[in-house]
Design a protein around this ligand. Sequence first.
Ligand SMILES: [Zn+2]
Length: 72
Amino acid sequence: MVLSKTSSSLRNCFFCGKQVSSGQGTMLVKNDGTVQWTCSNKCRKNLRILKRDPRKLKWTSKYVKGGVRVKK
Ligand SMILES: [Zn+2]
């Protein structure tokens, strides 16, 4: 079996990093054409409305232990 690397059917949630299966999740298209997939309303809300940093939230796979170092 050959696994193709196309991202048409497999996407990862832009916020929490979880895999979003086709037919699920919400696609957000930004003004610059960037497509962001979110797996749930929770992620969508955190990304768009609350504008949280997923690296600071423990329930995302993007969480950075010890906090995020901010460049000056
Ligand atoms: Zn998510």
